[in-house]
Design a binder for this molecule. Sequence first.
Ligand code: HEC
Length: 95
Amino acid sequence: MHVAARPQPVTEHAPSTAAIYSQFCASCHDDGQYGAPVRGNIEDWDRFPRDRRQLLELAIAGNKAMIPRGGCADCSDEQLLELIEFVIPQSWAEQ
Ligand code: HEC
């Protein structure tokens, strides 16, 4: 018996990491506002640990102008980890 193909439900995609970054993080991390480490800038990131778990803990706790979770209160830890990959230098990529 033929089963008619049903139209795909329009699923709402979770906002991309880049979109969350633009909304919540770019105002400080694009140009180093309030002393924030500039996205991808190796010298700026030198004073931070490379360990992703440590970075996550720091980001969750916040420090100075870096408000807890970077201001994205609804971001999950997983989303924060993706955002962290997005802001740190690319050369820090894990093998
Ligand atoms: C109001 C400005 C501001 C916003 C918005 C902001 N940051 Fe930050 N961020 C900072 C500053 C300043 C530091 C440096 C803190 C320090 O000296 O320890 C920082 C540091 C960090 C660090 C290094 C670890 C830490 O917390 O110290 C990470 C990772 C980070 N930010 C990620 C993010 C992400 C992801 C977002 C968006 C969800 C975000 N930030 C939004 C200002 C900001």
